[in-house]
Design a binder for this molecule. Structure first.
Ligand code: SAM
Ligand code: MD0
Ligand code: SF4
Length: 366
């Protein structure tokens, strides 16, 4: 892209004037490190305006790897009979949650495959709802659930138990690509439950998978859909091919595109939370994601307790490289630091007040 056009778009972003779809598309088409760095510089400037040099830290508790779905990109799809699965019990979940809180995370993300033992039984979620209540009472930590698609009633029960966030990623807002990724799962139902969750007072996270057949146009559409649905946290992760799955031999490129999408999301939605996930390139990929404008570190996992990641099931876990002890020096190197728990809670509260003042309603589209 011509330098003048790039500078003009970045100047607009800096002024927080609305960026148009065509401009986002132009940004997504850049190919050089030099242009990426220019975009990232503005992304960091905007991050600083809203969050100073403070980062939020999310502990990840992937407590069941059983799943009734068959997503083509996922290691844990039901047809993959070659993996060893686990389902942690109440005590194991509590102790890993406590270890994460003690280590200093600001939020606990309870994640599962769509485990039939929970999803297909009337009282399946009862124990987990109690656990959320218990851990919330004990630690006062913010809670996110990532259970897949659940009924409105279950969402309501989790909300009453003190859950703050519902994470459920569409991966793409191109329906035909969606149908190739999330086999036999309703696009509208997945989208609809996020909208309902928002109406119940949840903060919601929406997410994209990049490098899995998505075009620049798809990504641009997604960015505006995420903006319209008022997603409070927005993520992108590069697709990592998984052995024994339909996309095992999918040809992937470098993760340049993920960094670019993080930066563009920051330009379009400067006040939102954007994760740098340790689940893609581990601790080695952290600095570049933060330099692109991310402000949350996710997929922090304590070592030696037998918990897995999603897209990188084992990377950096047992050697402790996903623990805060190892992560904090990386932040300090680039003049960033962890927020306090109070600062995280204040962000959550102020986001809720903004949403309440706006009427909270997400606009469903896409
Ligand atoms: N089972 C629930 C669901 O699918 O909503 C919760 C798990 S969800 C947090 C797993 C997410 O990890 C997916 O939505 C996808 O964005 C990401 N993911 C899974 N497999 C991946 C892969 N191979 N490469 C990159 N990201 C992946
Ligand atoms: C992550 N592995 O943050 C986790 C996961 C689910 N809410 C999050 C994808 O990267
Ligand atoms: Fe199951 Fe979630 Fe993996 Fe899909 S992404 S197969 S729903 S664990």
């Amino acid at each position: 892209m011509g330098n003048i056009i790039l500078e003009e778009i970045l100047e607009k972003a800096d002024q927080e004037m609305p960026i148009k779809r065509g401009e986002v598309l132009k940004l997504l088409k850049i190919t050089t490190m030099e242009d990426l760095q220019k975009i990232c510089l503005t992304a960091r400037k905007l991050r600083f305006r809203y969050f100073k040099n403070k980062l939020f830290l999310y502990g990840f508790v992937y407590f069941s790897t059983y799943c009734r779905n068959d997503c083509t990109f996922c290691l844990y799809r039901k047809s993959n009979s070659r993996i060893k699965r686990y389902r942690k019990n109440h005590e194991e979940i509590l102790s890993t949650a406590r270890a994460l809180v003690d280590s200093g995370v600001h939020l606990l993300d309870f994640t599962m495959g769509e485990d039939p033992l929970f999803h297909d039984r009337t009282q399946g979620f009862y124990g987990l709802i109690q656990l959320v209540k218990e851990i919330k009472r004990e630690t006062k930590t913010a809670i996110m659930i990532s259970p897949g698609v659940v009924s409105t009633e279950i969402l309501m029960n989790f909300r009453e138990a003190g859950t703050d966030w519902y994470a459920c990623y569409q991966e793409t807002h191109n329906r035909s690509l969606y149908n190739r990724l999330r086999i036999e799962q309703s696009y509208d139902e997945r989208m609809g439950q996020k909208v309902k969750a928002k109406e119940m007072g949840y903060l919601i996270e929406e997410g994209l998978l990049a490098g899995v057949g998505d075009t620049d146009e798809d990504i641009a559409d997604s960015i505006f859909i995420m903006k319209n649905m008022k997603a409070d946290q927005i993520r992108v992760m590069s697709f990592i091919p998984q052995a024994n799955t339909p996309l095992a031999n999918w040809k992937t490129n470098s993760h340049f595109r993920e960094l670019l999408i993080i930066a563009v999301m920051r330009l379009v939605m400067p006040d939102r939370l954007i994760p740098a996930s340790l689940d893609v390139d581990g601790i080695n990929g952290l600095e570049q994601r933060l330099n692109s404008g991310a402000n949350v570190i996710t997929s922090i996992i304590p070592p030696s307790l037998g918990f897995a990641g999603v897209s990188q099931s084992t990377l950096d876990i047992d050697d402790g490289n996903r623990s805060l002890e190892k992560i904090i020096p990386v932040l300090k190197n680039i003049q960033l630091e962890p927020a306090t728990r109070f600062e995280y809670q204040s962000w959550v509260e102020s986001r809720r007040s903004i949403l309440n003042a706006e009427g909270n309603g997400a606009i469903q589209c896409g």
